[in-house]
Every structure is written in C-alpha cells, then in structure tokens.
Design a protein around this ligand. Structure first.
Ligand code: ADP
Ligand code: ADP
Length: 226
C-alpha cells in the first residue's frame, strides 16, 4: 500500500530524526509504531502523510506515485494527538470540513457526515459544539472527521494520549471494532506497550538518537476479543 525506502530525515536544526527507515505497509494491517518520545514516530507519520519531504530515500504509493501529492490526501485520514476541532463550528460542520475543502456542498454530503458520526456513536451530537463535549467525545469527533472521506489509510498520532485511562480503554475497543468491521489500514503511533499489543497485528519498535527501526513484529491478537 505504501513503501518507505531508506528514509533519512535531518531537520535544519541538525537533529537526525530518522535514520535509514524502511517499511512496507500492506492493506488491512494495523501497525503500531512504538517507541520512546523523540524517536521519530511523528516524523515518520507526517512523511507518510506527505507533510514534509524526507532528506533522502523514497516513499512510494503504488498506483498514485505519479500524482503525489495531490492524490494522497484523498487516501489518508490523519488523527492528531489533540482533537484540533474548530470551536466555533458544530460537530457536524467539523466533520464536514474535509469534504467541504473538496468543494462538496453540505446538503449533498449530509448522509456521509452522519454515517461517520454514527461510526463513532455521536449521531445525536451533530448540533453540539466542541465545548459541550468530553475529551473522549472530542476525540471521537476527530476520528469521524478523519474517516468521512473514506481513506484507505488511517494515520493516528498518539490519539488517546491526553485522555484518562478508562476513556482511553473504551476508545481502544471502539477503534478495534471499527477496524475489524471496515478493514482499513491503520498506522497508530504510541508509546504505550499495552496499546500496541492490544490493538495491532504488527508492532514496529523504534529507538531514539537517531530514530531507527529496531524490531518489526507480527502479533496475533493475544487478548481475547468479544
Ligand atoms: P516522536 O514522535 O517519536 O516523539 P518526533 O518525530 O516528534 O518523535 O521527533 C523526532 C526528533 O526530531 C526529536 O528529536 C525532535 O525534537 C526532532 N524534531 C521533530 N520535529 C522537528 C522540527 N520541525 N524541527 C526540528 N526538530 C524536530
Ligand atoms: P466517552 O468516554 O465514551 O467519550 P464519556 O465517558 O465522556 O464518553 O461520556 C459518557 C456519555 O455521557 C457520553 O457517551 C454521552 O452520551 C454523555 N455525555 C458526556 N458528556 C456530555 C455532555 N457534555 N453533554 C451531554 N452528554 C454528555
């Protein structure tokens, strides 16, 4: 689905964020990128999303390589650590945003927006404003916003890090159910060993200074799932 080949990323400050990183992402995988703060997880995710260029190495998208970067944003949903919602807009309008940026009128995409809200269990909160929602609910809205364009690849950058443990556990379960139902490809950045083992079927472990891959492990759902 996407291939990173010998990626190096050195920032203008001189920081070597990634050293010789290679990764083949296959359709349907749920990959956790696991490692300590500063090992380059976010940098890797941003490069995959086309937010910035590697210093050397290539990122290949079979079938869309010619059209980079214009095509890529249609294929990718990105969930950031902070929900980054527009506070002045309703939940509906926040989720509509990616479609609106593609020129799609609200009336035409009402069903798509409502479907995305249903996926995360917030269909009754379409008219609410972000300030009325709990942290977990705001995170659900940003997941709905990432899913509304039906991306092939969902990139999540420590999405639950700011939430309390129980909310986080609930969202982990919901994310897993969504993934099992819809079969997306997910790359999930975390420094939680628990999350990576619980959620993913492949764990890519990174080490810092300089950021590099030190293990790439296939795992088969060690926790029973209902
Ligand atoms: P992680 O997500 O694993 O915590 P990051 O990818 O955010 O790691 O950062 C990797 C390294 O690159 C860190 O040393 C960080 O300080 C540095 N870094 C990240 N973004 C920038 C930037 N825009 N400019 C300079 N250095 C950066
Ligand atoms: P989650 O962690 O699943 O996002 P919370 O534990 O924050 O949910 O909230 C539990 C339930 O309480 C929510 O699903 C929602 O129905 C309701 N709720 C929470 N905050 C509000 C609010 N500000 N207004 C109305 N209902 C709320």
């Amino acid at each position: 689905m996407v291939s990173l080949r010998a990626i190096n990323k050195t920032f203008s400050s001189g920081t070597v964020a990634l050293k010789d990183m290679s990764l083949d992402v296959h359709p349907g995988e749920f990959i956790s990128l696991l490692g300590p703060s500063g090992c380059g997880k976010s940098t890797a995710l941003r490069l995959i999303a086309g937010l910035g260029e590697p210093t050397s190495g290539t990122i290949d998208w079979p079938g869309t390589a010619q059209d980079r970067p214009g095509q890529i944003d249609h294929e990718i949903g990105f969930v950031f650590q902070e929900p980054t919602l527009m506070p002045w807009a309703t939940v509906f309008n926040n989720v509509w945003l990616p479609l609106r940026l593609k020129g799609q009128a609200k009336a035409r995409v009402r069903d798509e927006v409502m479907n995305a809200l249903e996926m995360v269990g917030l269909e009754n909160f379409a008219d609410a404003y972000p300030r009325e929602l709990s942290g977990g609910m705001k995170m659900r809205v940003s997941i709905a916003r990432a899913l509304v364009t039906r991306p092939k690849l969902l990139l999540m950058d420590e999405p639950f890090a700011a939430l309390d443990e129980i909310t986080r556990f609930k969202l982990n379960n919901d994310l897993l159910h969504l993934w099992e139902s819809f079969g997306w490809t997910v790359i999930f950045v975390t420094h939680s060993v628990f999350e990576s083992v619980y959620l993913s079927n492949r764990i890519v472990v990174m080490a810092a200074r300089p950021g590099r891959v030190v293990a790439d492990i296939a795992i088969d759902a060690p926790y029973p799932r209902e």
